[in-house]
Design a protein around this ligand. Structure first.
Ligand SMILES: CC(C)(COP(=O)(O)OP(=O)(O)OC[C@H]1O[C@@H](n2cnc3c(N)ncnc32)[C@H](O)[C@@H]1OP(=O)(O)O)[C@@H](O)C(=O)NCCC(=O)NCCS
Length: 133
């Protein structure tokens, strides 16, 4: 039984634990800093209230929303939680009046974003500012 919540309470320590659980690189204070610039986020919790998934939605204050940092706790992956998190994010961004939801990702996640979550491919561009000349 997984429950999903938009803009639900989410402590930094829970985020650190979630990131660590999927082999990511947890950074203390990242979530309180990022939250300030978020349209909203979706949390997924199990029956005991343990955080098992997360996705963030940033925006430009107008038509454009940006899906960022979806994560599912490693032992809960491949059960549809990531897809459900994105589905809730899509609904809430639409309700907020956004017209477009953008995402970018590494090649190996194409089945997740295109087939499971319903994104379509589009030309896009990216500059890695830390390495730009
Ligand atoms: C990407 C991630 C959020 C997916 O979460 P999830 O809860 O496992 O996703 P779902 O169970 O909804 O997956 C639905 C479908 O997407 C595809 N998919 C999911 N994870 C995938 C992966 N790692 N590689 C390729 N396809 C994947 C599969 O087709 C899957 O269906 P299947 O299980 O029937 O094969 C999860 O793997 C994760 O937390 N990864 C680490 C963090 C990360 O890389 N985030 C993305 C940053 S862009």
């Amino acid at each position: 039984m997984i429950s999903y919540e938009w803009r639900g309470d989410l402590a930094d320590a829970e985020m650190l634990d979630l990131v660590q659980s999927h082999g990511g690189d947890p950074v203390a204070g990242w979530w309180p800093r990022v939250r300030e610039h978020s349209l909203g986020w979706v949390t997924a919790r199990d029956a005991e209230g343990v955080l098992v998934g997360f996705v963030n939605v940033a925006w430009d204050g107008g038509d454009h929303a940006f899906l960022l940092d979806p994560k599912t706790r490693s032992r809960f992956q491949r059960r549809g939680i990531g897809t459900a998190l994105v589905g809730h994010a899509v609904d809430r961004a639409r309700e907020a009046g956004c017209e477009w939801l953008h995402v970018d990702f590494d090649d190996h996640l194409a089945p997740f974003y295109f087939d499971a979550c319903g994104f379509r491919s589009t030309p896009a561009g990216l500059i890695h500012l830390h390495h730009a000349e």
